[in-house]
Design a protein around this ligand. Structure first.
Ligand code: ADP
Ligand code: MG
Length: 697
């Protein structure tokens, strides 16, 4: 198969090539108008497309179809319906109508809606997103869809994203028009770099915490951590390599442009990066990538962990969201070769800087999950403070603009924007800072805060809308200007002066930055329940409502859903810890104490001249740990009960953070201490060294 990548690529996708080949030309033309210009699709066209799509899918072995959508859980949902339709004489035909293609009605009542459904109709429907191609997966024709209620509220992650893409397109098009460019559409492009861990299946199965929560809730550090940094880009283990090959091939069949794969910093950690694509397509593809990683790993005796922090003390996993805006001809974040192109670049750059500064709190909500709390600010991922890294060269340019002084960069030049050309920024100088949450990397921004397990829709919805807002303000102003060039220069200067505080090129991991950021007035919300209230801050609701991306009700529902999710996750973790501690760890310590005590008394029985000092010291230590553990168990159980009894979601999520998490940490700390002195064959959980440093046989 590997020899034939070109043939395999997209072979399970109803892409434009297939459409062109199989659809009658009039149908193809209307569908193309829908795809590229957002024209509505009439039912006649949908009927033809559905029938052709069905035949194509059946040739690939499909017997069912599903509307594939992304409820507020962030993961994908599917419900399979057969094409089969009995005709009454004991035989059946295979049917799939245009109506079934464009609209579905899953039973929505079990998906989280944050109270939305109490205020409106209980039912929701899924609507075809024709801009993301249908594909065949596991004998099922999958149709990417958006999921909305009958009264129009978004019940999913995709609907607001599509709305935000449109908002950004509209405003960016206005700006380009002022630069004399008449374009149909501006798309947002995303390249998500996906990090993940692979552990051996037998280790996974031996750990209740991994099975139930995706992360280890106990585990003393291995003698060797990642300090040698030998794993990054290191040789890939043979079975991991075999896994990666099958993953690539499966993704290529599905039209996912998987491009780069390598070992990451932490042992057993890896990364896959695709070639970037339009935002909604890239996100659909990322969700497929995560699904395939989890499905394929067990074939190689492995389990894929997408949790943000599977192992304490070892780097966690993120998902870098590379983001830009493009027309069919140019990347709007690419500095140009002429003064006018530079000016245009600076306008879009300024809009991003302003957007990120003004809506940092909202952007922070998009990465606020219980799993990601372990990463942000933990000296391995960006801090919880949002700042922008632009690189030295661009910062010098920006400073020159803001202070009206000559630019003294590597290429000496006067920063008179009407005349000069910006230097081309080499990737080297822009990409050095790995500690920044939002870095300019030459021709795109890389938002590094999202967690590995997240659906990137939230982050990109917010980013697109906030940038649309700033572009709208610019367009309103510039459309009225008498002298366009002067007005643009003034606007760029003003933006940079007003929002200079969000630009930071230093070490984002340092303690000094936290102090400096506070001085600059940048928000620093360290954990999810503290960050999420920004979802319902009036200024943020105004933003989303202004562009029709989300309503106030939708924002409130999302706030509820996320806070509830936080409480539920910590609750599951707490209960899992209690069960493991009571049923596995304390019994193990007791059994080992019994063994040590028997050894001591056996020695004593032979002669009281034989020392039992080692046994006594060990017993004292183990017994102390067992006592502390038992108290920690009681404290955690009480904290969990109290938090779980709270009904108000805000208070509840905060209680889980403020009192349950610390009790979990206490229990873990004493259990981990006991692990380091307990006999290996008594300890019921595979250790960190075994899980992370196994030798391949
Ligand atoms: P890194 O140095 O962080 O590993 P790469 O240069 O390999 O970054 O690119 C990371 C990701 O950025 C890739 O998925 C790539 O396709 C994506 N990317 C490149 N250009 C753009 C763009 N204009 N818009 C969005 N993503 C982009
Ligand atoms: Mg990156």
């Amino acid at each position: 198969m590997a020899a034939n990548v070109m043939e395999v690529y997209g072979s399970k996708v109803f892409n434009e090539h297939v459409m062109k080949e199989r659809l009658p030309s009039a149908t193809y033309k209307s569908l193309k108008d829908t795809l590229h210009k957002g024209a509505p699709l009439d039912i006649e066209v949908a009927n033809v497309v559905a029938s052709v799509m069905k035949r194509w899918a059946m040739e690939l072995g499909a017997t069912h179809y599903t509307h594939w959508f992304q409820p507020l859980t962030g993961i994908t949902s599917e419900k399979h319906d057969g094409f089969v339709s009995p005709v009454g004489d004991g035989t059946a035909i295979m049917e799939f109508s245009g109506k079934e293609l464009v609209r579905g009605e899953p039973d929505a009542s079990s998906f989280p809606s944050g109270g939305l459904r109490a205020t409106c109709e209980a039912r929701g429907y899924t609507a075809w997103d024709p801009t993301s191609y249908a594909f065949v997966k596991d004998d099922v024709l999958c149709i990417p869809t958006a999921f909305v209620s009958y009264t129009g509220e978004a019940l999913d992650k995709k609907t607001p994203l599509l709305r935000s893409m449109k908002a950004l397109a509209t405003q960016a098009t206005r700006i380009l028009k002022l630069f004399g460019k008449d374009v149909d559409y501006v798309s947002t492009t995303i390249g998500p770099e996906q990090e993940y861990f692979l552990v051996r299946k037998e280790d996974y199965e031996a750990r209740q915490d991994l099975i139930l929560t995706g992360r280890t809730l106990f585990g003393a550090p291995a003698a060797k951590g990642q300090e040698l940094e030998e794993h990054y880009f290191g040789t890939i283990r043979p079975r991991v390599s075999a896994f990666m090959k099958e993953l690539d091939e499966t993704l290529w069949e599905l039209g996912v442009p998987a491009k780069t794969k390598h070992n990451e910093v932490a042992p057993c950690q890896h990364e896959l990066a695709p070639i970037f694509d339009t935002a909604n397509v890239a996100i659909d593809h990322n969700l497929l990538t995560m699904e395939m990683m989890q499905k394929i790993a067990p074939k190689y005796g492995l389990v894929c962990l997408l949790h943000e922090k599977p192992f304490e003390g070892v780097n966690g996993s993120g998902k870098h969201n590379n983001w830009s805006m493009s027309t069919s001809k140019e990347n709007l974040l690419d500095p140009g070769d002429t003064p006018m192109e530079n000016l245009q670049f600076l306008v879009f750059l300024a809009a991003v800087i302003k957007a990120v500064d003004e809506y940092a709190d909202l952007l922070r909500t998009a990465v606020a999950t219980p799993g990601n709390d372990h990463r942000l600010g933990a000296n391995e991922a960006p801090p919880a403070i949002i700042s922008i890294f632009v690189g030295e060269e661009l910062e010098a340019v920006i400073d020159a603009i803001a202070s009206d002084s000559p630019y003294a960069g590597p290429v000496r030049m006067k920063m008179d924007l009407g005349v000069d050309v910006l230097p081309k920024f080499s990737k080297d100088t822009t990409d050095r800072n790995r500690t920044s949450p939002f870095a300019f990397t030459g021709n795109k921004f890389e938002f590094r805060m999202p967690g590995s397990h997240q659906n990137l829709s939230d982050a990109d919805t917010i980013l697109n809308t906030a940038v649309a807002k700033e572009l709208k303000g610019y367009a309103d102003e510039l459309e009225k200007a008498d002298n366009f060039t002067e007005a643009v220069i003034a606007l760029v200067k003003r933006t940079i002066r007003d929002h200079r505080r969000v630009i930071f090129n230093g070490d984002g991991y340092s303690a000094e930055w936290e102090i400096e950021a506070e001085r600059r007035g940048l928000p620093n919300k360290k954990y999810a329940p503290a960050a999420l209230p920004a979802l319902i801050a009036p200024k943020n609701i105004d933003l989303m409502e202004e562009f029709g991306v989300m309503t106030r009700t939708e924002m409130f529902s999302r706030y509820e859903v996320e806070m509830e999710h936080y409480a539920k996750i910590i609750n599951i973790e707490a209960l899992t810890m209690l069960e493991m501690a009571r049923k596995q760890l304390l019994p193990a310590i007791n059994a080992y104490m019994g063994e040590v005590a028997r050894t001591a008394s056996a020695k004593r029985a032979v002669s009281d001249k034989i020392s039992v000092r080692a046994e006594t010291t060990l017993l004292e230590h183990l017994s102390r740990d067992a006592d502390t553990m038992s108290e920690a168990i009681d404290r955690l159980a009480a904290a969990e009960r109290t938090a779980q009894a709270i009904t108000d979601m805000t208070t509840k999520a905060n209680a889980f953070h403020d009192s349950v998490l610390p009790a979990m940490n206490e229990l873990r700390s004493v259990a981990d201490d006991a692990e380091t002195i307990c006999g290996e064959e008594y300890w019921p959980l595979p250790s960190y060294s075994r899980m992370l440093y196994y030798v391949e046989n």
